[in-house]
Design a protein around this ligand. Sequence first.
Ligand SMILES: [Zn+2]
Length: 281
Amino acid sequence: MSAGAPAREVLAVKYGYRVTTRAESYLNFHLYGEPDTDLDIDYYFWVVRDGRGVFLVDTGFAPEVGDRRRREHCTTPAEVLPDLGIAPEDVTAIVITHAHWDHTGNIGQFPHAQLIMTEAEYAFWTSPLAARGHFAAHSEPEEIALLAKARDSGRLTLFTGEHTLAPGIELTEVGGHTPGQLIASVATPGGGTAVLASDALHFYEEVERDRPFAILADLPAMYRAYDTLAQLATQPATRLVAGHDPLVRTRFARYAPARATSETGAASGIQVTDLTRPQVP
Ligand SMILES: [Zn+2]
């Protein structure tokens, strides 16, 4: 990064929530012999901003889709980004970690951004199998069609395995939860790494107690993804960022904007977490 360039910011924006249950969230929960209890689930998208541009990691769900699926929502990317001093047209690229409905909404808010996802994910969701009940329940055909349109217009990059999005932003295909689920490892100022696990890790318990999530495409791949994440977490100053876990907001600090903006995220009431600043327990 050139001298004087702003330090990289890595943010989790909580845009929705719901109360679910453990039995609904963990695969074959009855195997654990524990009583079922409520479980809070957060919905996030992620923002990486540095001197090179603004990258979004996923775009949340569309409000009307959330309403139909009875999820509470607080904002969308185009609504909240100005509060963070980001104009929607500043977003240069959007990483699609996987093509479930709560990650592919609102892409139409960014008609000029480059999109990037795995080849396996794109191929699956545009294949006949994606229409089968247990897969179709988690996608929005109109949003998949937007991805296909972006591909036709040369705006969608597909990769297999590993891809460097920008210096210090590495994308890794892990599969498991969906056929081409990816994670993003983002270097943070001071030598750390925030691993945006998205739905390779909905809740920290999945890795910490080895409990697969209930929605999946490939159980062996999901276990291998947990191994990959657990291995990453042993690296110095490397921290996992779970995709739907309210604990993200206690394991990392609340975002306090360094640069002056007329309004801040705090002013909008939206909870924004600074993934470059872990909270010491
Ligand atoms: Zn999700």
